[in-house]
Design a protein around this ligand. Structure first.
Ligand code: SF4
Length: 441
C-alpha cells in the first residue's frame, strides 16, 4: 500500500491515542521528572526512537555543555530531538544548575504569575551565557519580573486572533489565507511570544486530531483559501506521522495552492530537522518555511546545517524577527543577523514590531528604532538583506509596513526622493489621469 493511502487508513482514534497532545503528555511529564533533569545526570532517561544516522555536527560550545551537564549522554543522544525535549530545562532548580541567576530572575520564577512556563532545550541552553543575565539570548527565554507588569495598551490577544477564529485553532483574517494553530507546544518558550496566551498550557490548548479535522473541513469548504500557514506553538514539534497527516490532507484540497510553516525549531532544536522529516516535507512542495531568528548568536553550526538540509530539499526559507529592546535593537546587530541569514540561505522576510502582549513593555522599542534600523540597512547593504518592517495592527488590522520617509513630496513635475546618503533626487513622475489641474507641476 502506498504511504499516502496507508496514512488515510490510519484510524483517527489511533492517531489520537498516539499524539493527542503533541508531543505526548507522557513525554511532557517525563521532562518534568527529576530523573530526567540536569540535577541527576546519571539517571537521564534515554530516548525510545533511533537517532538519525546522519547527525548534525555539534558546535564546540554545545559539546562542552553536553560533557559538563550530561556526562552519561552520547552525541547520538544529543542529536536526538526527543532526547532534547525529554531533557529540556523546565524548572528553576534545573536552570540554577547551568546559569548563575540574578535575584530578579529567581524572583520571577518563584512568584511566576504569567501563563507562559519556562522551557529551554539543552541545545539552546548551551548557547546561553551562564554569568550575564543581559545576554540577548538569555533575555529572550529566561523570565524576569518585568513580565508581571501590565502596561497601558497591552492585551492577552492584541491581534484579535480569537475574534477571527472560525473553528478552534483556525484564524481566518484575510479572505485567501488561513492560520492553522496545530499545537500549543514549543521546544523553547520565548518570553515575548505573541501567542503566550495559547502556548505552554498543557491542559487545554493543544489541538487534538478531531479539532484538526474540523479545521481541515473548514478549509475544504472555503474555496477562497489558497494559502495555509501552519503555526502554533511550533508545528515542527509534532511527530513525523502527524505532520505527514496534516500535509497529506492539505495537499488533497484542490484550492490550497501552497502551505507555509512558521517555526523556531531550526533555531532552538535543530536536531529535529532529520532526513526523515525533510523527506516528508519535500513531498509536499511548494512548501515554504518562515523561521523565527532573533539574534546572530543563534546562527551556529547546528542551525546552519538544519537550514541547509531544508534549503537543499527545495524548501524556500524566510526569516521572521521580532524587534526586541536590548536584544537586537541596533543597526549592527540586525545587519549582522541579516547577513548571516543570507549565508545560510534564509531570506530576511519580516522584522516585526513587538506585539503589546501582557507584560511586554521591557521588550518593546519605540517605532522610531525600527525605522532607524531600516534606514541603516537600506542602501547600506544588499537589498536581499533588508526585511519588511511591519506592525501587526491591533484587533486584526493585519500587517502594516513602515518605511522611513524616502518620499519627500513633489516639485516642478517631479517627485522628490531622498536616498540612503540623505541626498535629494528628482524623478520625472507621470501625471496620473485623475490628478487635478496644476497637480504634479
Ligand atoms: S517559538 Fe514561536 S510560538 Fe513558540 S514561544 Fe517562541 S514565539 Fe511563541
Amino acid at each position: 500500500m502506498k504511504k499516502a493511502n496507508r496514512l488515510m487508513a490510519i484510524k483517527e482514534a489511533e492517531i489520537l491515542s498516539e499524539e493527542a497532545e503533541p508531543p505526548s503528555r507522557a513525554l511532557l511529564e517525563e521532562s518534568n521528572n527529576p530523573a530526567s533533569s540536569l540535577l541527576f545526570p546519571e539517571l537521564i532517561q534515554f530516548p525510545n526512537s533511533k537517532p538519525d544516522k546522519t547527525v548534525l555536527k555539534i558546535g564546540a560550545r554545545s559539546l562542552q555543555f553536553l560533557r559538563k551537564y550530561f556526562p552519561l549522554a552520547t552525541k547520538d543522544d544529543w542529536n536526538n530531538w526527543e532526547w532534547q525535549l525529554r531533557n529540556s530545562i523546565t524548572s528553576l532548580k534545573a536552570l540554577q544548575q547551568i546559569l548563575q541567576l540574578s535575584d530578579d530572575e529567581v524572583r520571577a520564577m518563584t512568584v511566576q504569575s504569567g501563563s507562559l512556563p519556562l522551557r529551554v532545550t539543552p541545545y539552546y541552553a548551551s548557547l546561553l551565557d551562564p554569568l550575564d543575565s543581559m545576554q540577548p539570548l538569555r533575555r529572550s527565554v529566561v523570565p524576569v519580573t518585568a513580565e508581571h507588569l501590565i502596561s497601558c495598551g497591552e492585551a492577552a490577544d492584541p491581534l484579535g486572533e480569537d475574534t477571527h477564529s472560525r473553528v478552534p485553532g483556525l484564524v481566518h483574517r484575510y479572505p485567501d489565507r488561513v492560520l492553522l494553530l496545530v499545537t500549543g507546544f514549543c521546544s523553547t518558550y520565548c518570553r515575548y511570544c505573541t501567542r503566550s496566551r495559547l502556548v505552554g498550557d498543557q491542559n487545554k490548548r493543544h489541538l487534538n486530531h478531531e479539532q484538526w479535522d474540523r479545521a481541515l473541513s473548514y478549509i475544504e469548504l472555503n474555496p477562497a483559501v489558497r494559502d495555509v500557514l501552519l503555526s502554533g506553538g511550533d508545528p515542527l514539534t509534532l511527530p513525523d506521522d502527524s505532520l505527514e497527516y496534516l500535509l497529506t490532507r492539505l495537499s488533497r484540497i484542490p484550492h490550497v495552492e501552497f502551505v507555509r510553516i512558521g517555526t523556531k525549531v531550526p533555531v532552538t532544536m535543530p536536531q529535529r530537522i532529520t532526513h526523515s522529516l525533510v523527506n516528508i516535507l519535500k513531498r509536499f512542495r511548494p512548501l515554504w518555511m518562515s523561521i523565527h531568528f532573533t539574534h546572530p548568536d543563534e546562527i551556529t553550526p547546528e542551525s546552519a546545517q538544519a537550514c541547509e538540509r531544508l534549503a537543499d530539499a527545495g524548501i524556500p526559507l524566510g526569516s521572521q524577527t521580532v524587534l526586541l529592546k536590548d536584544i537586537n535593537d541596533s543597526v549592527p546587530v540586525m545587519k549582522k543577523l541579516m547577513h548571516e541569514l543570507l549565508k545560510i540561505r534564509v531570506r530576511p522576510y519580516y522584522m516585526y514590531q513587538c506585539d503589546p502582549i501582557l507584560g511586554s513593555s521591557h521588550f518593546r522599542t519605540p517605532v522610531e528604532k525600527g525605522l532607524e534600523i531600516i534606514e541603516g540597512l537600506r542602501g547600506h547593504t544588499s537589498g536581499y538583506a533588508v526585511p519588511h518592517y511591519v506592525i501587526d495592527a491591533p484587533n486584526g488590522g493585519g500587517k502594516i509596513p513602515l518605511l522611513p520617509d524616502y518620499y519627500q513630496g513633489r516639485a516642478d513635475g517631479n517627485i522628490l526622493l531622498r536616498n540612503y546618503q540623505q541626498k535629494i533626487y528628482r524623478y520625472p513622475d507621470q501625471k496620473s489621469e485623475g490628478s487635478a489641474p496644476g497637480e504634479g507641476l
